[in-house]
Design a protein around this ligand. Sequence first.
Ligand SMILES: Nc1nc2c(c(=O)[nH]1)N[C@H]1C(S)=C(S)[C@@H](COP(=O)(O)OP(=O)(O)OC[C@H]3O[C@@H](n4cnc5c(N)ncnc54)[C@H](O)[C@@H]3O)O[C@H]1N2
Ligand code: MOO
Ligand SMILES: [Mg+2]
Length: 408
Amino acid sequence: MTMISVQDAQTIILDLVTSLQETETIELDQATGRILAEAVTSGLDFPYWDNSAMDGYGVRFEDVNQGDTNQPITLKIVAEIPAGIKPEISIRSREACRIFTGAMLPDGVDTIIIQEKTQKQGTQVIVLSPPQYCGEFVRKKGNFYQSGDILLSAGTKINEPEMAILATAQCSQVKVYRRPRVAILSTGNELITTTEKLEPGQIIDSNQYALKAFIIKNGGIPISLGIVKDEPALIKQKILEAINTADFVLSTGGVSVGDYDYIDNILLEVGGEISVDSVAMKPGKPLTVAKFDNGCVYFGLPGNPVSALVGCWRLVKLALDKFSGIKGEHKPQLITVKSAHDLSSQGKRETYIWGQLKPVNGEYLFSLAKGQQNSANLINLGLTNALAMLPIGVTKIKEGETVTVLML
Ligand SMILES: Nc1nc2c(c(=O)[nH]1)N[C@H]1C(S)=C(S)[C@@H](COP(=O)(O)OP(=O)(O)OC[C@H]3O[C@@H](n4cnc5c(N)ncnc54)[C@H](O)[C@@H]3O)O[C@H]1N2
Ligand code: MOO
Ligand SMILES: [Mg+2]
């Protein structure tokens, strides 16, 4: 076993992974969370045409810019323009049109006076105070986006804002990368499912569920391969099945130094090339990463529930993002915040301490999860949204001091 730094493991893992090339075309309403496989442009300008930003009156700036409260200007209302129609008239000098938010400007109008600054008198409108500038409250055609420019680049994840952009560009279908297929395998003689009766010595397979949630949250398709006993022939069979059906495999358990820890040997036996087998992180030290000729990347995560998740959050996530086609630098989301509690580490491995980032008096504080920080203690993981990271050599961070935090 060669223990390498977390940073080196990250570099090796990202080098192993190539970005997906296969794409599919899907309906826009199915596209949330997917990754665009091509740049999106539109043949439309945005705004599509000059339109009013307010309810009020459309005027010619030259008619009203001289007026003031003592000598208000009066204009003749010659039309009413609601949103949704193409105005057929042209506004001439000393004329105005009643207009509403979002309505297209008629010819001649270059400025909007909001109705609060006017007084209507029959068919006339008195402009009580002049506009600040020509074009006030007008949303000009093409001001936000001009036809042909790139709206969204390939490799962009589609969230709420991108959905709105794609809709406004009338992309009713979008070309996205296919989702990564990720197999999950729990190894261990002691494991039972959530529906079996717990007998002495057994443990319920929680990793299967934790990893499934991690994969779904990160845009992958989980393939649950269930529990496999610590028997080399059975593990071998499951691993072969996994690497032939998935892009990534996440197994838990069997990667340490115990007599029943078979994963590494079996990976070698079935042709895996192991490039990582131990990482100087706590929890999560035993981590085996292997690549197969068909491109499948195998992550043999440790069995301890927190160790397995920390490995996913810190390292597997970056690999999954890169493989999924997300463009940009793949690096952990680290920020510096104050710690609300004393944090401690043995200082030998890069230590990840689970807890919560909470806004307190306008700034984020890292709050340590109550209870034991023990890699077998999944109970106090609830509501974890961040991991404080203590580098090798740092044994203590006091309450109120700054700490680097990995946002989840
Ligand atoms: N002599 C040494 N012993 C251990 C070392 C070491 O360096 N020297 N490393 C320890 C560390 S650190 C970790 S982490 C664990 C990793 O062990 P394995 O990956 O081999 O995992 P297992 O032995 O199979 O199980 C460990 C632990 O996790 C529980 N477990 C396993 N699978 C699940 C599951 N699907 N859901 C919930 N819990 C699971 C299992 O019952 C064990 O308690 O090794 C240390 N040992
Ligand atoms: O690395 Mo183990 O994950 O310390 O419990
Ligand atoms: Mg073990």
